[in-house]
Every structure is written in structure tokens, then in C-alpha cells.
Design a protein around this ligand. Sequence first.
Ligand SMILES: Cc1cc2nc3c(=O)[nH]c(=O)nc-3n(C[C@H](O)[C@H](O)[C@H](O)COP(=O)(O)OP(=O)(O)OC[C@H]3O[C@@H](n4cnc5c(N)ncnc54)[C@H](O)[C@@H]3O)c2cc1C
Length: 416
Amino acid sequence: MDWADNAEQAAFRTEVKQLLDQGLPDLYKRLAKGEGGGEEGQAGDWVADRKAAEPERREAAKAWGDALAARGWFAPQWPKEYGGGGLSPMEQFILRQEMALAGAPTVGGSGVSLLGPTLIVHASDEQKKKYLPDILSGSKVYAQGYSEPGSGSDLASLQTRAVKDGDEYVLNGQKIWTSGAHHADALFALTRTDPDAPKHRGITFLVLDDIKAPGLTIRPLINMAWKHGFNETFFEDVRVPVANVIGEENRGWYVGATLLDFERSNISGAVAQKRTINSLLAYTKTDEGRNKSKLQGRGGESTALRTELAERFIETGVGENFSFRIISMQNRGLIPNYEASTAKMFISESGQRLQRTGTKLFGLYSNIWEPADPRAPAKASFTQGYVTSVPATIAAGSSEIQRNIIATRGLGLPRG
Ligand SMILES: Cc1cc2nc3c(=O)[nH]c(=O)nc-3n(C[C@H](O)[C@H](O)[C@H](O)COP(=O)(O)OP(=O)(O)OC[C@H]3O[C@@H](n4cnc5c(N)ncnc54)[C@H](O)[C@@H]3O)c2cc1C
């Protein structure tokens, strides 16, 4: 199989590069060059930048969103009739690839990637008119309220209650690991509306229009990289209109599962890894990289490390091919299922191995955490990556859950 661009794809790639050249704000270009103190190639964070205290970050987020919107690529994967780009899966991949290479942040958050595509499948026309334009204009960013302290892998056991009271539901309970809720404007959540029904049949999918609604409290959770990425979300008599149910009451599990399929089809991981291995290899060939790495000399550790690097290089190629397999299925109108699990699992695990190899390569230098420390190899990107890649095999369904899916749906083995 030849993965090189055909003429049409090459023309599309040129168009994307032009937009990045002309439309990507200077701040994001500087960050990508490592001039913001971080890793080279690192993208800004559009969701956080929208509301940042610094005017330059706010302006960059707005300008980049507007540049993509003007080209029709704010929501590249949505059909054109809903204001999306109507791009084919291959075009979406090229766009993501070039954006990652340029360090351009994706825009729209989970509204574009998860909620919007789910609404297009399950929402009423009236709801589509209400929700989709605010996602597309970048004025409303959503957080995902699925997981609870006792319900992660076994999501259908969730307990957050929604009790009908006239034309509203009253919500009580708790969600956890709510990524970006502190930057979000709104939230979508799975709630229990019938506690007596079998667990998958008593769940309702609700959109909460305002994350600052009375009774809704967000508390930060600081991760082991000392970053505030996710939160705990508490509901105390939070009122939500019945009109905000997506699909039918008690049938929300199926709406929620559609959204998870979009989450697991994520193909940007392979692109990011290719960039990471390439920049690692380039760095080890610079004077600084040569001095700090343990690749010098023959035999022993240096040979083992060279072999390890070769393995990581092969794995990035394998991951890329898993992603291409998903894209080629989507291009043919097929819906990847265990194939998406295979890609998600392999790429998240090989990503952790890549970061680990990066830290091993620089020995004790890898203990330096701060990117700005001149002693830090490759701006401490592998040290930081070693820590920040850990959750990748948990988020969006753990590796064990992906292996279960591959075993049962992919290989046809009996359930345990
Ligand atoms: C970075 C990050 C961001 C996240 N963002 C969000 C978000 O925005 N919104 C949201 O709702 N959730 C979010 N999550 C939560 C995520 O979906 C859950 O962490 C995940 O589904 C696992 O659930 P859990 O943490 O409860 O672990 P558990 O389900 O308790 O699992 C614990 C361990 O048991 C294993 N295990 C569980 N069941 C089985 C089984 N049947 N077979 C084999 N092994 C099993 C798991 O693999 C894991 O190793 C996020 C998580 C992370 C790490």
C-alpha cells in the first residue's frame, strides 16, 4: 500500500500549509519553535487561551478560530449542511498532520470533536439549531460529565440522579475526571433517570447549558505533572430543562456510546508520535544532544539504547498504519470498532514507551523537570512526556478495556 499523497491530496496539503503560514497567530508560531519556554513543536491550548488573563493569548485563540472558520475548517469533520468542512477522513488526517507539525492548536474542544457529531446523529432539528452554531462560533465549549468515583470502565453503573419535576430535571450526584471543566461554558452528562431498570436502560443524556448553574460546583484535581487538567464536578439540586434531553429519556446509553466511538477514533496520536521520534533523533545529532545522550561508544548501554530507538521508530510506523487503516475504513463508509480500540491501545502504549526511551537516553539529565533549565535535554520534553503520557492508557477506556473489546468483538472470543 502506498501512503504517499495523490495529486488531489498534495494540492489539499499545500492549501493547509498556506493557511497555517498566513493564519496561524505569531504567538502559536513562537510556542511551536520552543520560544515560549516549552517543548519544540508544542501547540498552544485553544480552550484555555480563549479565557486567559493575557490579552495576547485571548487574541491568538480568537484569530486562529476565525482563520479556520473563514476557510470552513473550524469543524472539519462535520458535514457541510451543519456548517462543517465536509472533509473526507483522509483530508481530515492531512489537516491534523500539518497542524500538529506546525504546532497549531485544534479548536472547538469536545463540542467539535464529540458532542457536535453526536448531536448530528441523535438530536432533534430544534436542538441542532440551538446547539451547533455556538460550538461552531467558538463561543461555547463543553466538558464531558461521564465518569463517576465508582463508575469508569463500568460506566453504565453511574449513579448521578436526574429526577423529573414538571418540565425540568433535578440533578444530584458527582462526576469525576471532568477534563477542562474549569475552562468550559457548558457540560453534557449521562444521568440515571430510572434506578429500577437494568443499568443500561435507565440512563439519560442531558446537556447543561451553563456550567455556572446554581448547585453545580467544580473542584480542581491536580495531576502528577502538577497540572490542573481535570476536576471533580458536584450537582446539588441542579435544574435542567426536559427539552435538553438528547434522544429519548432512559435511552441515553446509546447516545453516550455514539459519542465514545467518536472519542476512540482519534487519529492525532500517531501524528504526534512521529513528530516526537523525529525531533528526538534530530536532537541526538546536535552537539548538545550528543553530549547529553548515552549513545556514544560501542557495546553495552549505547548499543542497547540504539536498538531501543530503532524499536521505537518501527512502532511509530506501526501506529501510523493502524491510523491509516481506520481512515481507509471511514473513507469507504465503514465504522471502525475493534480497529479503533487496536489503534487507541497500541498508540497510547507505544507513546509511553517512546517517552521512556527518551528519558533513558539522557540518563541523569532526565531528572531535570523545568524546560527552561539549560541543563535539561530537549527542554525536558521527555521527562515531562514520561509523566504526562501515563494517563493516555486510562483515558477514553483503559488498555484492559480495549483488549477486552478486541478479544470479544474483534476475535470473536467468549466474554469472561
Ligand atoms: C487524562 C484523563 C482525562 C479524562 N477525562 C475525562 C472527562 O473529561 N470526562 C469523563 O467523564 N471522564 C474522563 N476521564 C475518566 C476515564 O474515562 C476513566 O478514568 C476511565 O474510563 C477508567 O475508569 P476509572 O478511572 O474509574 O478506573 P476503573 O474502571 O476503576 O479501572 C481500574 C483498573 O481496573 C481495570 N479494569 C476495570 N474493569 C476491567 C475489566 N472489565 N477487565 C479488565 N480490567 C478492568 C482498568 O483497566 C484499570 O486498570 C479521564 C481520564 C483521564 C486519565
